[in-house]
Design a protein around this ligand. Structure first.
Ligand SMILES: Cc1cc2nc3c(=O)[nH]c(=O)nc-3n(C[C@H](O)[C@H](O)[C@H](O)COP(=O)(O)O)c2cc1C
Length: 402
């Protein structure tokens, strides 16, 4: 019997104005055969190729086309559809719709629904090879990838015009496999308790001045969010951050490295996985003044003493936790990271260099290498912190499986 791998999953299938629009019918049936519940939204151009009736019949559901249909009351259809979906799959996806989404344009039901989406969004582009290689289209695709949108690469072969090249809508099975891969990552950390630290810490010199660093907490928040989405029970301990915390089992806000250490040590016992993505300050002023230090023309010096090394303290517990550290290195990244890993008895270390374009503090993207055990470093390309969070979790999973 064929396995049903998408049972209980809700997929919104967006169909756009490509010659391959008719193939979306086969895709729709294949997704339903895998157990998914599928609803369809079509662009007006897609309706020039195939009638909505085809997809209404195949899905057994009304098909959404217009933003403002005259014949029925739909209220905020786009918001409801966006909330309903576990995945929005645009297949086939035109250069036009991809580019609109990359620019934040919401001028029809599909692009507006994607803009309101909380779920993953996956595009399966199909187009003429000159459109596929057009630098503007490429730039839009790269932008969307860096923001965490998924893409199924089009195949090479005969195109609609009988020219050969890349741009062909892939076989149905290839798209279904990608959908299964994206959606099945959702429960693989079920039952695991994970502690994540995020953000900077602030060490106050006086009531208005502190020693800190530009960490925003984005990487740690993305990991906490991704681990929660994959079924884990997550405790997130964060230093000062402007970001809205993700929905986790417990969120704990701290200011100083000492507070972060206390929060970690009092909660870490039951956690099997500890991911230290925070950038706590390594030094604190020996004296913290209770009143603002008055400005004077004279030079001042502040004596600093080292703060507690949280990673080392957790490592000293010596139980069977999987311990993951982060390293920010501006030179000899791998050598320095390997040393830190050995020194603090880490199972894995994620190392990044803030000098790399798109990497480091305050960016939506990051470019890292991952060192796990004695294996070779896994060098990852530039990607969104959301996508990277899942890659880090994938590495932890394979490390635990060894
Ligand atoms: C016969 C025909 C075939 C087309 N095939 C494609 C295609 O495969 N990929 C694509 O990106 N655009 C294709 N287009 C152009 C799109 O339909 C056009 O850009 C349209 O504005 C897309 O609108 P939509 O993104 O809202 O569906 C085709 C147009 C025609 C007339």
């Amino acid at each position: 019997m064929t396995p049903v791998r998408l049972s209980g999953k809700k997929i919104l299938l967006g169909i756009t104005g490509c010659i391959a629009a008719y193939k979306a019918g086969y895709l729709l049936r294949a997704l339903i055969r895998e157990g998914a519940e599928v609803r369809v939204v079509m662009t007006k151009s897609a309706c020039e190729f195939v009638k909505p009736l085809t997809f209404e019949t195949l899905s057994g559901q009304p098909v959404g086309v217009g933003m403002f249909p005259q014949d029925r009351f739909v209220s905020v259809h786009h918001i409801h559809s966006a909330e309903w979906a576990d995945l929005i799959l645009v297949a086939p996806a035109t250069a036009n719709t991809i580019s609109k989404v990359a620019s934040g344009i919401c001028d029809d039901l599909l692009s507006t629904t994607i803009c309101a989406a909380q779920s993953p969004v996956m595009f399966s582009p199909a187009m003429n090879s000159f459109m596929w290689t057009n630098p503007i289209v490429r730039e839009n695709i790269e932008k969307l990838k860096s923001l965490g949108y998924f893409f199924v690469e089009p195949d090479e072969g005969d195109l609609a015009s009988w020219a050969k090249g890349q741009g062909r809508f892939p076989e149905t099975d290839a798209i279904v496999e990608e959908v299964v891969r994206i959606l099945n990552i959702s429960a693989d950390f079920d039952g695991q308790k994970i502690l994540v630290t995020a953000g900077p810490t602030h060490e106050f010199i006086d009531p208005v001045r502190f020693i800190g660093n530009p960490s925003t907490g984005a990487m740690g928040y993305a990991i906490a969010e991704a681990a929660t989405a994959r079924g884990a029970d997550v405790i997130l301990i964060s230093g000062p951050s402007q970001l809205i915390p993700p929905q986790v089992s417990e969120f704990c806000s701290v200011v100083s490295t000492e507070q972060m250490a206390e929060a970690v040590m009092s909660r870490v016992e039951d956690c099997g996985i500890v991911i230290m993505a925070a950038a706590p300050s390594d030094y604190t002023p020996e004296v913290s003044y209770s009143k603002k230090i008055k400005k004077s023309g004279r030079a001042r010096s502040i004596k600093l003493s080292p703060t507690i090394d949280i990673l080392r303290e957790v490592s000293k517990l010596g139980d069977k936790k999987t311990l993951i550290g982060f390293a920010l290195e501006t030179d000899s990244e791998i050598t320095n990271a390997r040393k830190k890993m050995r020194d603090k008895k880490l199972d894995m270390i994620v190392v990044n260099n803030p000098k790399e374009t798109g990497a480091g503090f305050g960016k939506e993207t990051n470019k890292v290498s991952i060192l796990a055990g004695k294996g070779k470093p896994v060098k990852l390309p530039l990607m969104s912190k959301r996508e990277l969070a899942n890659k880090i979790l994938d590495q932890i999973k394979s490390l635990k499986a060894k």
